[in-house]
Design a protein around this ligand. Structure first.
Ligand SMILES: [Zn+2]
Length: 216
């Protein structure tokens, strides 16, 4: 958003800190109190299958609350501010990678109809703008499955197997791809998405999420 646009929007709808939902000054990414809680280091590791990930936050406290409001309470307007933190993490962790496109973990159409939006897609599209790298739809979720958090570790791997398929494969083949999700917990979902992208000819596949908390 440019300055004039921000001003017009702010006149009707004040900007809010995504981490506590208090009103913040125009263009601020967080209120000073929440900003003081930002971790000094980012989270890095590998999703299942060995695909590297980066995330600015752990999934706890006010960062988990932010994700919940963003995901379940319709606070779509958080996307730009939350994405900015992921963009910073991507620059720090994968600054030397030249990405050809950015995509996201897709939702099944029934789930999308229920929620009205895919929070991972909103983040990915903002990161695409912030990094000036094209956003592409590269995966669809063609089968519904159980929520990952309700399953045991071994069930999680089977639960995601074969639920995603590649689309727009000309945009995958030979390309370096950044795939975005909101939370990384077991790394099975992102790992499976990476596997499909890789199988469709993706060159280097990297992951980014807002919060990462590896539980396996
Ligand atoms: Zn705050």
């Amino acid at each position: 958003m440019n300055k004039i646009h921000r001003f017009i929007v702010a006149a009707f709808l004040p900007e809010r800190c995504p981490y506590c939902n208090r009103v913040v000054n125009m263009g601020k990414t967080a209120c000073p109190e929440c900003k003081a809680h930002f971790p000094e280091t980012i989270r890095e590791g590998h999703a299942v299958g060995g695909y590297p990930y980066t995330a600015p936050f752990s999934y706890n406290g006010k960062f988990a609350e932010a994700v919940k409001r963003f995901k379940f309470n319709g606070h779509k307007e958080y996307a730009e501010k939350l994405a900015l933190q992921i963009t910073n993490a991507v620059k720090e962790s994968f600054g030397d990678i030249k990405f050809d496109c950015i995509t996201c973990v897709p939702m099944h159409k029934n789930q999308l109809r229920e929620r009205g939006y895919n929070q991972a897609e909103l983040l990915a599209k903002q990161i695409s703008k912030q990094l000036n790298i094209p956003y592409e739809t590269l995966l669809v979720k063609h089968r519904e499955n159980q929520p990952q958090h309700s399953l045991t570790s071994s069930q999680k791997r089977d639960n995601v197997r074969g639920v995603y398929k590649a689309v727009n494969t000309d945009k995958i083949n030979g390309n370096n791809i950044l795939i975005v999700d909101d939370i990384l917990t077991t790394g099975h979902t992102l790992g499976e998405c990476c596997r499909i992208l890789s199988k469709a000819g993706g060159e280097k596949i990297y992951c980014a999420a807002l919060c990462a908390k590896i539980i396996r």
